[in-house]
Design a protein around this ligand. Structure first.
Ligand code: F6R
Length: 606
């Protein structure tokens, strides 16, 4: 979703801003823009790729202070005028904004009555005109920004530059901003990725914070005017630079990173001799785990599917009710919160607005939420306070892959931990931890010999729709497979629990309709065979993902075996062919694999 980068210091700003924009591209965007302070404020913006923007910027543009933005349209269509930065009428102030100004309509009406001509349809533009009005009335820049934001309702991560002042003012409320500290120079960004190669020292703004950033330093304050001392933290440098290396796309690279990512997640957390797992960051006592009435997990998209796998594992191993909820629905359904229940927020980015809102709803009602998050120091991680990082490393492809596997791995460990605190025997715990420890190697084994994926691609690439079926723990895996193929290859996909197929989706089946069935070697397999037969009787083509050596392969038209593991952990294996099918189908259809249309990597609006 929208991204921000800013620079002020002793070097030319343009290279930092363009490189920052490129590093923000993974978030998903439809236009980009750039403003630089060079005696005046020069603004360039346009729809399309960052490379299109770069082509319109004069080669020799000078200036040591600037801001830039990638926009993902919310208010107003994808047009050059709606791209950020937005400028005051005299062109002396430029602003970039992430988030949504909810009362933009009434602010806009008032500005228009005063004769201000707004040039875009965005909610953001009102802010720069209000700041300008304050400045015209004699306010200093910080006061002008503060007064403006006090009138705004909604969410913002904003950066503003002024022709007449050598500073960037930024502010956060609901949309993250991080300030990277250098020597005689400072950066501002909407996430840490563009800062990774520039500095390790950062200040993360909190909601309600403002900061005046100059080349010499940073002064933070609150919306009410109080000056504050900001905490400087060190970036986790083991994330390093996420480069493509020998891979053509980040998605493929991230699929192939799964064995190592899983090792990072599991290392040091499995207590094999005790048949237990330790996720210290959750800070749950055995007593608490014994007493809880239920577990609830929240997430969106891929994170929701991982939560759905997790809830089945928890219920199975700990014999405690567990539910997974769509974050975007949760808050609006006035949920009853039991204060001694356990809640988890599952998120790769840690910035998903719907999940963040659900966390706040639970906390408001007295409940506690633990994060199951990838991005260290992200908003949800900090809002939860306690939790476990899944350690996937940076995920840049919009389609999430390795984060799914690591979320499932983390929740599998929690399921063992809560199981052991309740009814799970040490012997069974030992068996489970041993087999969980082997999963990364099995993932490696599968990826080195992934089976006839290209045959599947030929079967699905021209299909009107593709049906994904699975039972039990494979039902969320089927949903994940459908989401992946739909979001990057734009093929309509349906995912159903296999037993539910005969209650409706079967009507879609005709000669050669592709049906992808996930059937690991679990207790539900025989029932899934019945569903396969019902599909075959209607002429459907069965693509079967199953355990190596299982005679169930005979039920398929295309068989994709995956290595054998405990059925509970099968999602970390059965999801792999689904990721590859989506990737190679999108490639054959010539789609933008890493940046599918209309989608964003971190969805920071509700
Ligand atoms: C799917 C995908 C999205 C995200 C969803 C949640 O490939 O990437 O569906 O899974 O937007 O994002 P996080 O995990 O960052 O909360």
């Amino acid at each position: 979703m929208c991204g921000i980068i800013g620079y002020i210091g002793n070097q030319q700003a343009t290279p930092f801003l363009l490189e920052g924009l490129r590093r923000l591209e993974y978030r998903g965007y439809d236009s980009s823009g750039f403003a630089i302070r060079n005696g005046e404020v020069s603004v360039f913006k346009r729809i399309g790729k960052v490379s299109d923007l770069e082509a319109m910027i004069p080669k020799r543009i000078e200036g040591m202070c600037g801001i830039a933005h990638t926009r993902w349209a919310t208010h107003g269509g994808v047009t050059d005028a709606n791209a950020h930065p937005h400028c005051s009428s005299d062109g002396k102030i430029a602003l970039v904004h992430n988030g949504i100004i909810e009362n933009a309509r009434s602010l806009r009406n008032r500005l228009e009555k005063e004769g201000v001509k707004l040039l875009s349809e965005t909610d953001s533009e009102v802010l720069v005109h209000l700041i300008h009005r304050e400045v015209k009335n004699g306010a200093k820049p910080l006061t002008a920004v503060r007064r403006t934001l006090k009138r705004a309702r909604g969410t913002w991560g904003v950066c503003i530059i002024f022709e007449e002042h050598d500073m960037i003012i930024c502010a956060r409320n609901g949309s993250p901003l991080v300030i990277g500290l250098g020597d005689g120079e400072n950066w501002i960004a909407s996430d840490t990725l563009p800062l990774q190669t520039l500095t390790q020292q950062v200040i993360r703004l909190d909601d309600g914070d403002l900061a005046v950033v100059t080349s010499e330093g940073v002064q933070t304050s609150r919306l009410d005017g109080r000056f504050t001392d900001s905490e400087v933290t060190t970036l986790d440098d083991d994330w390093g630079e996420a480069e493509l290396g020998e891979f053509p796309h980040f998605m493929l690279k991230e699929i192939y990173e799964q064995p190592e990512a899983l090792r990072q997640c599991l290392t040091g957390r499995l207590a094999l001799s005790d048949g237990n797992a330790r996720l210290g960051g959750f800070d749950f006592s055995s007593k608490k785990l014994q007493k809880i009435p239920h577990v609830r997990l929240l997430g969106c998209g891929t994170a929701l599917h991982a939560a759905q796998v997790g809830r089945l594992l928890i219920e199975e191993l700990a014999r405690v009710p567990a539910l997974a909820h769509v974050s975007s629905e949760f808050r609006h359904n006035n949920p009853v919160i039991e204060t001694d229940a356990i809640h988890f927020a599952v998120s790769q980015s840690g910035e998903t607005a719907d999940t963040l809102a659900a966390v706040k709803e639970i906390q408001l009602k007295g409940g506690e939420v633990r994060g199951v998050i990838n991005v260290v120091g992200s908003t949800i991680a900090r809002q939860c306070g306690k939790g476990c990082y899944i350690h996937s490393g940076p995920e840049q492809s919009v389609a999430s892959t390795k984060a799914f596997s690591n979320m499932v791995a983390a929740l599998s460990m929690f399921a063992i931990q809560i199981g052991r605190a309740r009814t799970l025997s040490r012997e069974k715990g030992k068996r489970l931890t041993k087999s969980l420890q082997k999963v990364p190697q099995l993932v490696d084994d599968y990826l080195s010999n992934p089976g006839p994926i290209h045959e599947v691609v030929s079967a699905v690439k021209d299909a009107k729709s593709v049906l994904f079926l699975g039972r039990g723990i494979s039902a969320p895996v089927a949903r994940e497979g459908a989401l992946k193929l739909m979001e990057i290859a734009y093929i309509p996909c349906l995912a159903y629990p296999a037993g539910e197929m005969k209650h409706g989706p079967i009507a879609l089946l005709e000669e050669d309709s592709p049906v992808i069935v996930i059937a690991p070697n679990d207790s539900l397999k025989d029932k899934t065979v019945s569903s396969i037969q019902e599909c075959r009787a209607r002429g459907a083509k069965i693509i079967l993902i199953h355990e190596e050596g299982d005679p169930i392969a005979e039920e398929s038209d295309i068989s994709i075996p995956v290595p054998s593991t405990d059925p509970m952990f099968s999602p970390m294996l059965t999801v792999l062919p689904l990721q590859l099918i989506a990737y190679y189908t999108a490639l054959v259809l010539d789609k933008d694999v890493d940046r599918p249309r209309n989608l964003a990597k971190s969805v920071t609006v509700e």
